[in-house]
Design a protein around this ligand. Structure first.
Ligand code: C2E
Ligand code: MG
Ligand code: MG
Ligand code: MG
Length: 285
């Protein structure tokens, strides 16, 4: 851990630089150290998944979970995915990490199915870098077959930017995934730059309304108008909607009133460790 000791020494010696330079330098150094540490994260068993419950508004039932990645490093502590995923995307590590996520999340879903909760779904986030991989379809279908869960119980979350990169290839890939029975959701919908015409060309199943529109839904009439428009458009296109970042009963009630199909957020539960999620299932179902 000599490199980390050096980092800490630099940190304490920051007054030698101008603040701006010191900050830039520190940011750069931290990234290099994180990158090296991340290379060993899988083999050192430092990655884990947490699972956040998703609810249907039809019957107020738990219908599944979204798998969210966590990284705990002895020196850095808990590193946020918002920090290490962009890093892993820049250096390509996201491919191996993403494969680990797919296998681990499916294994967990299979365990819950074997315990009798066969109605549960698993939503898995895909980076646009993974989405570019030639073998993605093969990897996902192999992993699903190996896990033994029905493909229809698996949902892949992709972002608008993943679709916009190479639209023709993305259209074909999503069609193949759909043909295998998988579900495709657009994550953070409304925050990207993709054209609405994509919605009819891609074989999608769900739009995930970004939490930035949900946050001030009750007080911001523009956010309410946007959410209302997304839900109506989705419904007319035969797509389901799920709202993320639902934190209060008032948000849930309004979203339900607007016709949103599914919800996820702290109002229902924070993301849970596997054991906690298993207990949550036993109490909810
Ligand atoms: P996301 O996929 O949009 O996930 C939703 C984020 O919102 C999660 O943050 C979740 O913990 C948080 N969240 C859930 N409910 C609430 C709520 O009620 N209020 C608030 N304020 N936040 C809520 P997290 O876990 O830090 O993940 C951040 C992002 O990192 C994710 O955004 C996703 O883009 C990415 N990510 C996480 N796991 C993976 C992964 O396995 N693969 C890839 N490629 N990306 C991942
Ligand atoms: Mg997501
Ligand atoms: Mg999201
Ligand atoms: Mg988000």
């Amino acid at each position: 851990h000599a490199d980390i000791a050096m980092y800490k020494a630099k940190e304490s010696g920051r007054n030698r630089y101008s603040f701006f330079t010191a900050d830039m330098q520190q940011f750069h150094t931290r990234n290099l150290l994180l990158e090296n540490a991340l290379r060993r994260a899988i083999e050192r068993d430092q990655l884990s998944l947490v699972y956040q419950p998703q609810y249907s508004m039809v019957n107020n039932q738990l219908i599944g979970f979204e798998a969210l990645l966590r990284w705990y490093h002895d020196d850095f502590g808990q590193v946020s995915p918002a920090e290490f995923i962009p890093l892993a995307e820049r250096n390509g590590l996201i491919v191996a990490i993403g494969e680990w996520v797919i296998v681990t999340a499916l294994q967990q879903l299979a365990e819950w199915h074997r315990a009798g909760y066969r109605q549960l779904n698993m939503a898995i986030n895909l980076s646009s870098i993974q989405f570019r991989q030639e073998n993605l379809l093969q990897f996902v279908t192999n992993a699903i077959e190996f896990s033994g869960v029905p493909a229809a119980k698996v949902e892949l979350e992709i972002t608008e930017s993943a679709m916009a990169e190479q639209p023709e290839r993305a259209i074909a890939l999503i069609a193949e995934l759909k043909a295998k029975g998988l579900n495709i959701a657009i994550d953070d919908f409304g925050t990207g730059y993709s054209s609405l015409s994509y919605l009819k060309r891609f074989a999608l199943t769900k739009l995930k309304i970004d939490q930035s529109f949900v946050r001030d839904l009750l007080t911001d009439s523009q956010d309410k108008a946007i959410v209302n428009a997304i839900i109506n458009m989705a419904s007319n296109l035969g797509l389901k909607t799920i709202a993320e970042g639902v934190e209060t009963a008032a948000q849930r009630d309004l979203l339900k009133h607007l016709g949103c199909d599914e919800m996820q957020g702290y109002y229902y539960s924070k993301p849970l460790l596997a054991d906690q999620a298993s207990q949550f299932i036993q109490q909810a179902l």
